[in-house]
Design a binder for this molecule. Structure first.
Ligand code: TUI
Length: 308
């Protein structure tokens, strides 16, 4: 399937695998890139040596383009931003902030820059700053989220900018891909579906939670801290939600409780203290399969729906 995104990046399918912190590492990213999408390694708040090793490992597993996500709230975002230049990573996506101060250096180094934007205003600013495309991410996404929905945000961003727009949030099959193209997007970013990829290295408990989730099992916690986060409903999210609702947890206490909770979910499968981030579409995901099958089935269905 050709689009402005496949042309821009030299990939076969216009799909980015979300740069999910603690989750998106070289095995998954290389599998997605080898299948014709754009695999992305999460910078998160990883130590620089770990991310360098992951980038080099990905290069050894694929000769196709791949990307790195720079999470801008990370205390070491600056050194990770330089690392992607030093390692000649072809594509950078950003999240959780405005990457303005890094744009000039990335553009000068020939890195393709694709920021995640939760609003039209940031999309316009990113286009002016030289972004090659933007990812318009709706509140259906997992993890740290904005307020607007994919259905509302994507066409408004498409109308506001002249660079290609990638839709994200709530997309896990060919219907979501086709709908995104109908909204004017030229590509999609998919996170939650890849949690249930065979190559995804998360704890088996995490995969099981995603596959077993029903439509009502994703919940948003932490709105009152200013960092709302979408997760699978667990004992831990219930505790957080009641603390938030009845005021028994101050925002600071809430943040203390969630500190390190993503690692506890991803590595330990810890249901008592872990944050199992996932998108609202988790209820539609019923099986674990190779990334290649996820992508080829998704685009076969989308092609059919789009009458190609
Ligand atoms: O970044 C994400 N999702 C994430 S990051 C993450 S790890 C984390 N760790 C500690 C605290 C918070 C998160 C888990 N999930 N998605 C992309 C995304 N970016 N969603 C929303 C935004 C965003 C929000 C505000 C992008 C730009 C922005 O700009 C505000 C400004 O400065 O103008």
């Amino acid at each position: 399937m050709k689009s402005a995104i496949t042309e821009l990046l030299g990939i076969q399918y216009p799909i980015f695998q979300g740069g999910m912190a603690w989750i998106a590492e070289s095995t998954l990213a290389a599998a997605v890139s080898n299948a014709g999408g754009l695999g992305i390694i999460a910078g998160g708040s990883a130590p620089i040596d770990y991310l360098r090793e992951q980038i080099r490992r990905c290069k050894s597993l694929t000769d196709k383009p791949f990307g790195v996500n720079i999470m801008l709230m990370s205390p070491n975002a600056e050194e990770l931003a330089q690392l992607v230049i030093d390692e000649k990573v072809p594509v950078v996506t950003t999240g959780a902030g405005n990457p303005g101060k890094f744009m000039a250096a990335w553009k000068e180094a020939g890195v393709k820059v694709v920021p995640v934007v939760p609003s039209v205003a940031l999309a316009v600013r990113m286009e002016r700053a030289g972004a090659d495309a933007v990812i318009a991410e709706g509140t259906e996404s997992g993890g740290h989220i904005g307020e607007n929905t994919t259905m509302c945000l994507v066409p408004q961003v498409v109308d506001a900018v002249n660079i290609p727009v990638i839709a994200a949030g709530g997309i896990a099959d060919g219907r979501g891909v086709a709908a995104s193209f109908m909204l004017g997007a030229q590509g999609v970013q998919v996170g939650t579906r890849f949690l249930a990829a065979e190559e995804c290295q998360i704890h088996p408990t995490y995969k099981e939670l995603v596959v077993k989730a029903k439509d009502t099992d994703s919940v948003v916690t932490g709105r009152y801290t200013g960092h709302p986060c979408r997760n699978v409903r667990t004992k831990f999210t219930k505790k957080l939600a009641s603390g938030e609702r009845d005021g028994s947890l101050t925002p600071d206490e809430f943040e203390q409780l969630t500190l390190g909770s993503l690692r506890k979910a991803v590595q330990d499968g810890n249901l008592e203290e872990g944050s199992f981030l996932c998108g609202a579409i988790a209820g539609m995901i019923k099986d674990v399969k190779p990334a290649k099958d996820i992508i080829t089935e998704m685009f076969a269905q989308a092609d059919k729906l789009l009458g190609k």
